[in-house]
Write a protein that binds this ligand. Structure first.
Ligand code: SF4
Length: 951
């Protein structure tokens, strides 16, 4: 079998043995050539007509500028609309990110305008049957149940699962909704994709985001992928990667247990054993230090405690690294040498790096590699951390997380006071919404909630072990499908046990169908991204204003309208929308929400991106360079596309945005920067501030701390503030002064508002000060457990969390195969939406596991056979075998987008009529197991164990 495929379609061998033919598929799915048209006319009579043949030929065509919803590259497209019907689409050739490029998912977006598998009206489950409701009934019933549970068990017994599919405005308002309800039990899928990145990277140099941009990769001389497969997960990013390869002869290194489609483009592929990223990176650093390839000046001026890393790296000489990782000594040496010889180089990682029980330490190790090479703050360098969903960056920035308010302000009382001030509310009123008692020594308002990776433990755990009043009794699954979480059997049990389950989504999603309930489930149809407008942040921190393409189909409502109506029912609508005007239909004015975001987000500089500036950028795509992202002329002249944060100060100050973080070669007013002074000025008597390094034009020509009102006075710059600014800034700092005066004056003097410090290689507040290799909880290498053990069991925020008690049991004898998972180009996330899209569903029709020919032969399994795969905690799934040397002996790989079958049984009868996706299958997460990062509660989906037998 060929190792790689040349197109997005499945290779011939898969078509022949795993799938069914295209003709068979079309027939079974009822999608003959007229089928798509017919399907779009099905429905209830409330459906808007979405059929091209009903449109007169001479109907005028409106062109809407919108953004793909299927990954965080943020490709632009032109949607053609006639008489309110989405009739055509074109990739935007003048768009600065994609320049006319699209992948299969982007090309299939118009299906949103058909929506034949979508929820069409609110429903509830009554005695095992789906019953139609009016919206009014739905709001009343759901709201009454929320209030009843609040009375009995307190506000923390509600769980608010949110979405990386919301606009920035939607994310912000959902987080605010949870705050006004009085809980931190709110989270979204960043928890299970890049939470470990945010924690690891922010604690290294200041911000937990991609440092450069997709376009900037064109400037790289080396591109190092670890746990990232953009050829499938971020296809249009390959446009920029291939330009670097062709233009600069950039070296491509892929470190991945699997020979992925990206590896097919690589100069070097290293197939490491899952869960051994830290030894691999330390193996590279061993050669870098041994040969003196590190950037000594950079380290001296801008890095704190590389010495601790040198000490740790000494434990990982080439032989030890080869033994742990399974990569040869030569491969590790070549990886180090290629990165050292070809600077600047960039490091790219995704979920192969983050989804581990040591995920935060992995991401810190990648950062340390770049610090050692001096690759930070430069074109072609940086850490390009590709994100998955279209607005997962924005959802993270806007605090749709269990452990922070918007803008990474955290949950301390001062943070709540800042946001109460932004909301124009009394802090005491906000505080009164929360449970005022302490549980296990923790105060709910200031304690992180339950993470989305473990909401089910919040239901199933005994209340005495939870740091809140009672268990979770009711949950909203708003734009996220629960098949993305490991331990699906526990997820199902939790769904069964709750009082009420509420799904708010364009599709039923698994929370609505995988339980065994007869009552107490609500399905509320939300509009898609294309039926509303608002801003969305791509992986490179650029914001784009997405125009509304069509009106909400069927009876669906926008996320913002549903939130607002619920807040009215619950009695806090006035506080929730105090600064936000309503239009003639009593709908929130979205631009006012953007302005409120601008009013509060000083920490990351999400303050200069007014709705007017963002809309102007969208209307002028063609004026921005596909190479530099800068507008050479036109109304946005001098701006970087999408005003990537930090876009400091107020919109009127017209900061151009910051494409490359920590870049000292530019003035702050042009997007320059340096590492953030976030951890104080000294640690154990050692200076944490930068030494002899500062951004271009800075009047303080050395390291300096964060700006405060007092610091402006000490510097003699206080009188640079206006009288109004002084009134607001007094007693505050660059993060809490909502006049923007402190930021303005700091920048006037060429300084970065957040100070100028060193990046740090040790994090003294984390369980491991330096990244430490720890064998996975379920490891096939029992011989390494005593040398590289996991953590002791511990309480993390509200939940007890197991480590050693799992690892000490030897499961490898019964489950000898390593198990890892990943993404396919055809589908996205939990896959409910993309498997309901006939144009995508056709491309990959069956759930499968990749296994090496040797492992298959040992089990008498042939390519295409049906097999039972059993995970190390007993979760069993019935799927197809793909026998391929793409994975090494002893390693297996599964895609994670499937659902709709469980333990060999179809869940199709549980869906409301007409909503079963075209493709269903077993969820990989039914077989995947326990394991959580101690800092972020990221789940372990990349290093587990399984056994496979022929079915
Ligand atoms: Fe672009 Fe990503 Fe959409 Fe593909 S899925 S078109 S790469 S934004």
């Amino acid at each position: 079998m060929q190792l790689t495929r040349k197109s997005n379609a499945a290779p011939t061998v898969e078509k022949k043995t795993l799938g069914i033919s295209r003709r068979q598929f079309m027939k079974q799915a009822g999608i003959t050539s007229g089928g798509i048209a017919a399907a779009s006319l099905l429905g209830t009579g409330m459906m808007r007509k979405a059929e091209a043949k009903d449109i007169p030929h001479d109907a005028p065509t409106e062109i809407k500028r919108t953004v793909c919803s299927a990954c965080a590259v943020g490709c632009g497209l032109y949607a053609e609309v006639q008489n309110g019907v989405w009739t055509g689409q074109e990739p935007a050739f003048d768009h600065p990110f994609n320049a006319g490029g699209h992948c299969a998912k982007g090309a299939a977006l118009r299906e949103h305008g058909h929506g034949e598998k979508r929820l069409k009206y609110p429903m509830k489950l009554v005695d095992g049957k789906w019953k139609k409701l009016s919206w009014e009934q739905a709001f009343n019933e759901v709201g009454d149940q929320m209030l009843d549970i609040r009375k009995e068990s307190g506000p923390d017994s509600l769980y608010f699962m949110g979405s990386a599919k919301f606009s920035n405005e939607g994310c912000y308002m959902y987080r605010k909704f949870a705050a006004m309800w009085g809980t931190n039990n709110v989270d979204h899928s960043a928890r299970i994709c890049h939470s470990t990145t945010v924690a690891g990277v922010a604690n290294t140099w200041g911000y937990g985001a991609q440092t450069n941009s997709f376009n900037d990769i064109q400037n790289a001389n080396a591109i190092f992928f670890i746990g990232s497969n953009p050829a499938e997960a971020h296809p249009v990013a390959m446009q920029h990667i291939m330009i670097a390869k062709e233009k600069n002869n950039a070296k491509i290194i892929v470190v991945d247990p699997r020979f992925s489609r990206t590896a097919a483009h690589a100069d070097l592929h290293c197939g490491l054993r899952p869960g051994t990223d830290i030894p691999f990176i330390y193996g590279m650093l061993w050669h870098i230090f041994e040969n003196g390839w590190e950037d000594k000046t950079f380290i001296e001026q801008r890095v704190f405690e590389m010495e601790s890393i040198r000490e740790e790296v000494k434990k990982f000489p080439p032989k030890e690294v080869a033994n742990i990782t399974g990569c040869s000594e030569e491969e590790v040496y070549q990886a180090a040498k290629m990165m050292a010889d070809n600077r600047p180089g960039t490091v790219v990682w995704c979920m192969g790096g983050t989804q581990h029980h040591v995920g935060n330490a992995n991401t810190r190790a990648y950062c340390i590699l770049q610090l050692a090479l001096g690759n930070m703050g430069v074109k072609g360098g940086g850490t390009n951390i590709f994100r998955g969903h279209d607005n997962v960056q924005g959802a993270t920035d806007l605090g749709l997380l269990f452990d922070t308010l918007p803008g990474y302000y955290g949950l301390k009382t001062g943070s709540w006071k800042h946001w109460s001030h932004v909301w124009d509310l009394e802090f005491d009123w906000v505080k009164s919404r929360f449970d005022q008692n302490e549980y296990l020594g923790r105060v709910p308002m200031n304690t992180p909630g339950i993470p989305c990776s473990r909401w089910h433990d919040g239901v199933l755990e005994t209340p005495e072990k939870l740091a809140q009043k009672d268990r979770v009794r009711m949950a909203f699954f708003w734009g996220q499908s629960v098949n993305t979480e490991t331990r699906q059997r526990d997820v199902r049990e939790a769904l069964d046990k709750m009082d009420t389950v509420v799904v708010v989504d364009p599709f039923p999603t698994m929370a609505g169908v995988m339980h065994r309930r007869q009552n107490g489930v609500y399905l509320l149809p939300a509009a898609t991204q294309f039926e509303t407008e608002g801003s969305v942040s791509n992986s490179g921190r650029s914001q784009q204003w997405r125009e509304k393409v069509i009106e909400p189909l069927f009876e669906s409502k926008t996320d913002l309208e549903i939130m607002y109506r619920l807040s009215q029912k619950l009695g806090f609508a006035d506080e929730f929308t105090k600064r936000i005007a309503k239009d003639a239909n009593d709908v929130m004015v979205i631009e006012d929400i953007t302005r409120e975001i601008n009013r509060g987000m000083w920490t990351i500089g999400m303050t200069g991106q007014s709705p007017e500036r963002l809309k102007m950028h969208t209307q002028n795509w063609g004026t921005f360079s596909n190479k530099t992202l800068e507008a050479a002329g036109g109304p946005a002249k001098g701006d970087t596309y999408g005003l990537p944060w930090p876009c400091w100060g107020t919109p009127e100050q017209k900061h151009p945005g910051t494409q490359i973080l920590y870049n000292t070669h530019k003035h702050v007013l042009e997007g320059g920067g340096n590492f953030r002074a976030r951890y104080g000025v000294e640690y154990k008597g050692e200076n944490l501030l930068a030494e002899g390094s500062f951004s271009k034009g800075a009047e303080i020509q050395d390291g300096y701390p964060e700006f405060t009102a007092d610091m402006l006075k000490q510097l003699g710059w206080w009188d640079d503030l206006t009288a109004e600014e002084k009134a607001e800034a007094e007693g505050r700092n660059w993060k809490t002064d909502i006049s923007g005066g402190i930021q303005r004056v700091a920048m006037k003097h060429g300084c970065i508002p957040f100070g100028n410090a060193k990046a740090r290689c040790i994090v003294w507040t984390f369980p491991d000060q330096v990244p430490v290799h720890r064998e996975p909880l379920y490891t096939p290498r029992r011989d390494l457990v005593s040398k590289y053990p996991t953590y002791d069991d511990m309480q993390v925020h509200r939940l007890p969390t197991l480590y050693k008690s799992i690892q000490e049991k030897d499961t490898a004898a019964k489950y000898p195969l390593g198990l890892t998972s990943g993404r396919l180009v055809e589908y996205e996330g939990g896959g409910e939406e993309s498997r309901s899209n006939p144009w995508l569903a056709e491309l990959q029709q069956e759930m499968f596991v990749e296994m090496n020919p040797a492992d298959a032969a040992d089990r008498a399994i042939r390519d295409g056979d049906t097999v039972w795969l059993e995970g190390a905690e007993g979760g069993r799934i019935k799927i197809k075998a793909m026998v391929t040397p793409r994975v090494k002996p002893g390693v297996t790989w599964m895609p994670y987008h499937f659902a709709g079958e469980m333990h060999g049984e179809s869940l199709a009868p549980n869906y409301p009529e007409g909503t079963v996706p075209y493709v269903i299958g077993e969820s990989a997460n039914t077989a995947l197991t326990y394991g959580y990062d101690p800092v972020t509660q990221m789940q372990e989906t990349k290093a587990s164990l399984c056994q496979i037998v022929k079915a």
